[in-house]
Design a protein around this ligand. Structure first.
Ligand SMILES: [Zn+2]
Length: 179
């Protein structure tokens, strides 16, 4: 099943943050996430600028890919970035980011980037065992209660970093009723 999430690379980061050059379709580009105080920000680079440590700085996670042409699968780039970001969050297992981690797991489950392989209750909390195919590595994620305010804030933050398409059950754009 394919989903036609809008791909907004051009809108969000059409130019390299290092040299200001255009990120052209078919060329390699890197999207990097930086820890900015308590939240994350995103910067896009051309390949050569990301190779340059002085320009790249110290990203929290990053994802490199060829800038897709519009006809290709559009969400691939943002999903790839979100996947790398989640892997870093899972590896760090930082209690301060438990809510962000859990919410991102839920969002990426819907995109089939995260697969649940087990679930159990431990010390009164639901703990999911997940993996991110094709990786075989198993990660444990504890369910976190997130109040509405925090949920909105986190969804807003995730929305600024990645375009994961509409939340909730998929409502793909209606096919044109030709004929
Ligand atoms: Zn550049």
């Amino acid at each position: 099943m394919s989903r036609d999430d809008d791909y907004k690379f051009g809108k969000r980061g059409g130019a390299c943050s290092g040299c200001g050059g255009a990120l052209r379709q078919g060329a390699e580009a890197v999207s990097a996430l930086y820890l900015d105080g308590a939240s994350f920000s995103r910067r896009d680079f051309c390949g050569p600028c990301f190779q340059d440590a002085a320009r790249r700085g110290s990203p929290f996670s990053w994802w490199s890919a060829v800038v897709p042409v519009p006809e290709q699968r559009k969400a691939v780039f943002d999903l790839g970035m979100a996947r790398e970001f989640l892997l870093r969050l899972l590896r760090d297992d930082d209690p301060a980011r438990a809510s962000l981690r859990y919410l991102l797991v839920l969002m990426l489950m819907r995109k089939r980037v995260v697969v649940v392989v087990g679930q159990e209750e431990r010390l009164g909390a639901e703990v999911m065992t997940v993996r991110l195919p094709p990786d075989e590595t198993l990660h444990e994620v504890a369910a976190v209660e997130i109040d509405e305010e925090e949920s909105l804030r986190l969804r807003d933050e995730i929305g600024r970093l990645f375009d994961l398409g509409p939340a909730g059950s998929g409502t793909p754009a209606a096919a044109p009723p030709d004929g």
